[in-house]
Design a protein around this ligand. Structure first.
Ligand code: ARG
Length: 850
C-alpha cells in the first residue's frame, strides 16, 4: 500500500506571512511613471538576443509537445472483488504472509494479467495487480494498476466497468490450464483520486477478526484524548467467522459537519469498491441516537477520510459478530391472523445490504388487508421514488422506496398478500416498521374517516383544522363546528388562530376583519364582549382578560391570573414584570430585571424553518458537554451561578453518570461547536438538582437546575434570560423561539452552528389530543403543526424564549419552556413539548434564590 504512503505533509504558509518589503509607488515620484524613450543601439542588440531566445524556446516546446508529450501518463487504480468457485477457504488465507496466501495471490494476479491482455485498451497500459485479501467464499480482493496516456482514461474506465464480462469471455475460451481458477461475481471500481494522487495523505491500515462472544473496539487515532489527525486515510478491515456477519455499533460519532471534508464510509467488502459502499456518514450523532450497521457477509471495511481542516473528537465503534439470520436479522415468514406487525431487519437501525425478506400475510377469508407503514426510510443515492430499482418494499406488485414523511397506507383487495423487502448490494438505510389488519371491503374504516391516502382517522379529527391525514383530505369539504373558524377555501381552523397575524387558512380569511365590532372588546380567547363590560369587576370574557389592565394596580383579589407583588398585594395587569412600568406599589415588578436582553443589535427577520442564529442573539443559550463526548444537551443561563436544563438530561444511564456534576462541562457564549473563541467560557458544575417529581416515563416535571462551579462574567455573548412570574401568560398563538445544536432532521446529525427557529404556542387541550393524552399542566406545547419546524435530539434542556415586546423597543426575553420531548421531530400535528417554567417558578426561587 505504499502508493498512499508518501509521508510528506503539506503545510500551508500562515496567512500573516505577508511580504513586508512591498512598497507602493509614491505619487510624487513622477520620473518612475514617465514613459521611456525609444530604443538605441544597445536596445537593438538586446532585442535580437531576446528574439533568438524566444525562438529557441518555442522550438523546444514544439518538439516536446509532438515527441514526448503523448507519453505523459497518469496512474489509474481499480479495486475489485471476485469469488473463486473452485477453491476451498483455508484459515491461512487471512494472513497475507502465509505461503498459502502468497501462492493463491500469485495465481490470481497471473490470471488477471491474462484477462487484461485480451482487451487491447487495457493490455497496453497494464502495470500489475496485487491481491489485498481473501475472505470466506473464497472471495479475492484485488487492486490493479494502469498507466494511461492523458485522454485515454475514459476508454480504460469503461473497459474496467465491464470487468465481469471480460472475465466471462476469458473463461469461455478453450485453452485454459486444468488448474485455472474459476471466477464469479466479479466487480470492480476506480479508486478515488484522493487515495492515489494526494500528496497529503497519511495511511493507516488495521485488521481485526472478531470471534464469538467478543466485542472489539475501533477508535479514530488519538481518541478520546486528542482530535483525529488531518489528511489521513484510515481503514479497518473487519472479519468474522464463517456463517456470521459483522455488527458495527458507534457509541461516539463526532466528525466535521461537511462530508466533503471528513467522512466515514462503510463497505460490505474488504476493499473500497464503490458498488459495495453501505453508507457515508459525517457530522455529529448524539450518543442517545444509536448508529448501528450490519454487513451481509463476514467482512466489512470501515474507512475514515480526513481533510486538512478541523478539530473534532472522532469516532468509537464496537465490533461484534452475529450469526447470519440470527437475532435482529430475522425477517419474513408467514403471518396468519386478523392483525400483525413486521419490520425490516435490524430496525430501527440500518438493515444489511444484499438482503431479501418475504412475508406472506393471511387474514380471515372474505376480508381485505390494510398495511400501514409508520416509519419508511429506504433512501438510496441515485434512486428516484418511482422506479424503485434499488432497495424497495413491494406490497404484492406495488413497489415503494425512498424516504416517506408520516404514515403510508396500502390496501390489498384480497385476504392474502405478499410483502417483499429487497436491499441491493449497496447503500442501506434505517428501514421500515409496519402493521397490518383485516378490513371489511365495504367499510374499510369502521366508525372512522378514510383519508384519500387510505389511512383511517378518528371521526373527531375530520374538519378540526388539523391536517391529520397528512394529505389534507380530512380538512376538505368541511362544515365547521361552532368552536371552529370557517375559512373561505373550505378549511376549518381552531378559533384561537383567528387574527393572530398568521395566515392559517392559506387564503388569509382567518386574518380578515380582525378585531370586534366598534362597541366590542376583543378578549384574549378571541371572544368579543361589549366594551362597557370591560373593567366592571366581572369576568365576561370567560378567561378574565376583560378585567386585566384596568388601570388599577392595587387591591385586586389574588387569583391565577393576577400578579402578586413582593408586598403580597395583587395587581390585575397581565405580565407586568420587567416591562419598564412600575405597577406594584413597592416597585417589585421592576426589580431584578437585568435579564433577557441582547447587548448586540440584530436585524429583525421572520424565520421559516430553522436557520443559523447570529452570534450573541441568544446569549442565555448554553451547550452542556459531557467530557470526551461533546455536546449532549442545551441549558439556559438564569444568573451568574445558575442554569436551567431538562431533568431527563441528568439521569444516569448504564455507562455515563449524567447525574454527577463532574460529568459535565457547561459551555457558555458558544456559537459554533468545537470552535474555541474569545466569547466562550467553559465551566465545571458544583451541583445538579433534578426536579424531585421528575417522572422518567411520562417526562412530567422535566426540569433541572445546575450550579456552576464559579460565577460567570456576563458579556455580549453571555446574558441571563428572564424567568417569568408564576402567573405569566404565554397565550396560544404566541410566536416563540427555539434554539439549539440538536439534530437538523429526525434521526439526523447535530448542527455545529447554533440554530434558531420560530414556533407558536399551542393550546393545551388541542395538544393533549394530538399527543394522545400525554400532556400534563407542567408541559407546554409549541410547534408548527404543518410540520417542518421543531426542536430535536440534542436540543433538550435548551430554552423556549418568548420576547415580550420587540427587542428594538427594549423588549425582554422570558424563559417560557425547556425543551423536553416530542414524537419524532417536526412531524405534522406533533408539536414539541416543553416543561412549563411558570409552574416551577417557586421551586427555582427556593433552590437558587433567583
Ligand atoms: N428529548 C430530546 C433530547 O434529548 C429532545 C426532543 C425534542 N423533540 C421535539 N420533537 N421537540 O434532545
Amino acid at each position: 500500500m505504499d502508493y498512499m504512503d508518501s509521508g510528506m505533509r503539506y503545510t500551508p504558509k500562515p496567512d500573516k506571512d505577508w511580504d513586508t518589503s512591498v512598497q507602493f509607488l509614491p505619487a510624487s515620484d513622477t520620473k518612475k511613471l514617465e514613459k521611456k524613450k525609444g530604443p538605441g543601439r544597445i536596445g537593438a542588440v538586446v532585442g535580437v538576443v531576446v528574439f533568438a531566445a524566444v525562438l529557441s524556446l518555442m522550438t523546444g516546446l514544439l518538439v516536446w509537445h509532438f515527441h514526448y508529450r503523448k507519453d505523459v501518463r497518469e496512474k489509474r487504480m481499480y479495486t475489485g472483488s471476485m469469488r473463486i468457485t473452485n477453491q476451498v477457504f483455508e484459515q491461512a488465507y487471512e494472513n497475507s504472509n502465509s505461503t498459502e496466501f502468497k501462492a493463491l495471490a500469485k495465481q490470481v494476479a497471473e490470471q488477471l494479467k491474462t484477462i487484461y491482455s485480451k482487451t487491447p485498451q487495457l493490455a497496453k497500459y497494464y502495470v500489475g495487480s496485487t491481491v489485498e485479501a481473501f475472505s470466506e467464499g473464497v472471495v479475492a480482493y484485488y487492486l490493479s494498476e494502469f498507466k494511461v496516456p492523458v485522454g485515454q482514461a475514459a476508454a480504460v474506465d469503461s473497459a474496467m466497468a465491464s470487468m465481469d464480462k471480460l472475465v466471462d469471455k476469458a473463461q469461455r475460451t478453450a485453452h485454459r490450464p486444468g488448474n485455472a481458477l474459476v471466477f464469479e461475481d466479479v466487480v470492480s471500481s476506480g479508486v478515488s483520486s484522493v487515495f492515489i494522487s494526494c500528496f497529503t495523505i497519511y495511511f493507516y491500515d488495521y485488521t481485526q477478526h472478531t470471534r464469538a462472544n467478543h466485542i472489539g473496539t475501533i477508535t479514530s487515532p488519538g481518541f478520546p484524548n486528542t482530535p483525529y489527525p488531518p489528511n489521513t486515510y484510515i481503514q479497518w478491515q473487519l472479519r468474522a467467522d464463517p456463517g456470521y456477519v459483522i455488527k458495527l455499533d458507534f457509541d461516539t460519532f463526532n466528525l466535521e459537519e461537511d462530508c466533503k471534508n471528513d467522512f466515514v464510509k462503510l463497505y460490505d467488502s474488504l476493499v473500497a469498491i464503490e458498488s459495495r459502499a453501505m453508507e457515508e456518514i459525517c457530522g455529529y450523532y448524539s450518543p442517545s441516537d444509536p448508529l448501528s450497521f450490519l454487513s451481509s457477509r463476514n467482512v466489512m471495511l470501515v474507512t475514515l477520510v480526513t481533510s486538512e481542516k478541523g478539530n473534532y473528537p472522532g469516532i468509537r465503534a464496537h465490533v461484534s459478530q452475529v450469526q447470519k439470520g440470527g437475532a435482529g436479522m430475522k425477517c419474513g415468514g408467514k403471518i396468519i391472523g386478523p392483525q400483525g406487525a413486521f419490520m425490516s431487519p435490524n430496525f430501527p437501525n440500518y438493515y444489511p445490504p444484499n438482503t431479501e425478506c418475504e412475508w406472506k400475510i393471511e387474514v380471515p377469508a372474505g376480508k381485505w388487508i390494510s398495511v400501514i407503514f409508520s416509519k419508511f426510510l429506504l433512501f438510496e443515492p441515485g434512486q428516484n421514488g418511482k422506479d424503485c430499482t434499488k432497495d424497495y418494499v413491494a406490497v404484492n406488485s406495488k413497489k415503494l422506496c425512498g424516504e416517506k414523511v408520516g404514515q403510508v397506507a396500502e390496501t390489498v383487495s384480497s385476504n392474502v398478500a405478499t410483502i417483499r423487502f429487497v436491499s441491493d448490494r449497496s447503500f442501506v438505510d434505517r428501514g421500515f416498521n409496519a402493521t397490518f389488519k383485516a378490513i371489511d371491503s365495504l367499510d374499510p374504516c369502521p366508525k372512522m374517516f378514510q383519508c384519500k391516502n387510505q389511512l383511517c382517522m378518528d371521526l373527531k379529527l375530520k374538519c378540526d383544522g388539523w391536517n391529520d391525514c397528512g394529505d389534507m383530505s380530512d380538512e376538505l369539504n368541511c362544515k365547521c363546528n361552532e368552536s371552529d373558524l370557517q375559512c373561505k377555501n373550505g378549511l376549518c381552523k381552531p378559533m384561537f388562530w383567528q387574527c393572530d397575524g398568521v395566515n392559517d387558512c392559506g387564503d388569509n380569511t382567518d386574518e380578515l376583519n380582525c378585531g370586534c365590532k366598534a362597541d366590542q372588546f376583543l378578549c384574549l380567547n378571541s371572544a368579543c364582549v361589549l366594551k362597557k363590560k370591560r373593567c366592571d369587576g366581572r369576568d365576561d370574557c370567560g378567561d378574565g382578560s376583560d378585567e386585566l389592565d384596568c388601570g388599577r394596580t392595587t387591591s385586586t383579589p389574588c387569583n391565577d391570573v393576577t400578579y402578586k407583588c413582593k408586598n403580597q398585594m395583587c395587581i390585575n395587569k397581565q405580565n407586568p414584570e420587567c416591562d419598564g412600568t412600575t405597577d406594584c406599589a413597592d416597585g417589585s415588578d421592576e426589580e431584578n430585571c437585568d435579564c433577557g436582553q441582547r447587548l448586540l443589535r440584530f436585524k429583525g427577520s421572520r424565520i421559516v424553518g430553522g436557520q443559523e442564529a447570529e452570534q450573541g442573539e441568544f446569549p442565555w443559550q448554553v451547550s452542556l458537554h459531557v467530557k470526551a463526548y461533546g455536546h449532549v444537551c442545551g441549558a439556559s443561563v438564569i444568573s451568574r451561578r445558575w442554569l436551567v436544563t431538562a431533568a431527563h438530561c441528568v439521569q444516569d444511564d448504564g455507562k455515563i453518570k449524567f447525574s454527577q456534576p463532574r460529568t459535565w462541562e457547561a459551555h457558555l457564549g458558544v456559537h459554533t461547536q468545537r470552535m474555541p473563541g474569545k466569547a466562550v467560557v467553559k465551566l465545571g458544575l458544583k451541583q445538579v438538582i433534578p426536579h424531585p417529581y421528575y417522572n422518567a416515563y411520562t417526562y412530567d416535571n422535566d426540569i433541572a437546575l445546575m450550579e456552576l462551579a464559579s460565577d460567570v462574567a456576563f458579556s455580549d455573548y453571555i446574558q441571563p434570560i428572564c424567568l417569568p412570574a408564576a402567573q405569566h401568560v404565554f397565550p396560544s398563538g404566541t410566536t416563540v423561539s427555539i434554539t439549539g445544536w440538536g439534530a437538523t432532521r429526525e434521526g439526523g446529525s447535530a448542527a455545529s452552528v447554533l440554530q434558531k427557529a420560530q414556533v407558536r404556542i399551542i393550546n393545551g387541550t388541542v395538544c393533549n389530543r394530538l399527543m394522545s393524552n400525554q400532556i400534563t399542566s407542567r408541559m407546554l406545547c409549541a410547534g408548527i403543526l404543518s410540520g417542518g419546524v421543531d426542536a430535536c435530539q440534542g436540543d433538550s434542556g435548551g430554552p423556549l424564549s418568548s420576547l415580550a415586546s420587540p427587542a428594538s423597543e427594549g423588549g425582554r426575553s422570558f424563559l417560557a419552556g425547556v425543551v423536553s420531548w416530542g414524537d419524532g421531530c417536526a412531524r405534522r400535528n406533533k408539536p414539541g413539548i416543553y416543561s412549563t417554567v411558570t409552574k416551577f417558578r417557586g421551586w427555582i426561587k427556593e433552590k437558587t434564590g433567583v
